[in-house]
Design a protein around this ligand. Structure first.
Ligand code: URA
Length: 216
């Protein structure tokens, strides 16, 4: 993992060889929908491992077949995975394989084509958010508009903490998120060159939602 800390915020690039290899296969234009979806899930699972490293722990008394002991368990209410629709759902399942008891929130946002501004059409979070840590997921951090809008909305619920996870980021998006939400760390598998005129990440992997759901 390499950490890029700017004055504005922190980004963790998870350079595990398995993640990098899987991401390269996802990038290839000839990778099929099924394979793309499976790889997105596998990378998401590996990112979930990294992003949960510092989850708060406590001790609970348990009984093994031989003795009582104080054993480490996760502290507090289950965390919340917040999926930015629709592509976020493509990495949600992979993260849930590692954190099966997580609660799920959804935010529906679309990019207004002319301005690239994020417009909200759906928002639903679990109860008791002030007692929960949250991880917002969306495979592509491009302009950062959706990410900033999603983080702002989740912050209205006062969760205990917020982290942001994506498969791939553009430097513009990373900077935009850090400028608006310096307290929210970003976890990603790679940061690419930049955005093209249509706000796609270059070299990127194309439209993640379309490739995941076969809607090209
Ligand atoms: N969303 C995508 O799916 N791909 C990009 O390159 C940028 C935004």
């Amino acid at each position: 993992m390499s950490e890029q800390a700017t004055a504005a915020g922190k980004t963790f690039v998870i350079k595990h060889p398995l993640i990098q290899h899987k991401l390269t296969i996802m990038r290839k234009k000839d990778t099929s929908t099924g394979k793309f979806r499976r790889l997105a899930g596998e990378i998401a699972m590996l990112l979930a491992y990294e992003v949960t490293r510092d989850m708060p722990m406590t001790l609970a008394e348990i009984e093994t077949p031989l003795a009582k002991m104080q054993a480490p368990v996760l502290k507090g209410k289950e965390l919340v995975l917040v999926s930015i629709l629709r592509a976020g759902n493509g990495i949600l399942d992979g993260m849930l394989r590692l954190i099966p008891s997580a609660h799920i929130g959804h935010i529906g946002l679309y990019r207004e084509p002319k301005t690239q501004v994020a417009v909200e059409y759906y928002f639903k979070m679990p109860p008791n958010m002030p007692e929960r840590d949250t991880i917002i997921v969306d495979p592509m951090l491009a302009t950062g508009h959706s990410a900033v809008a999603a983080i702002s909305r989740v912050k209205e619920q006062n969760p205990r903490s917020i982290k942001y996870v994506c498969l791939l980021a553009a430097p513009e998006g990373v900077q935009f998120v850090h400028e608006h939400h310096p307290d929210v760390p970003i976890y990603t598998a790679a940061i690419d060159q930049g955005l093209n005129e249509k706000a796609y990440i270059i070299p990127g992997l194309g439209d993640a939602g379309d490739r995941m759901f076969g809607t090209l």
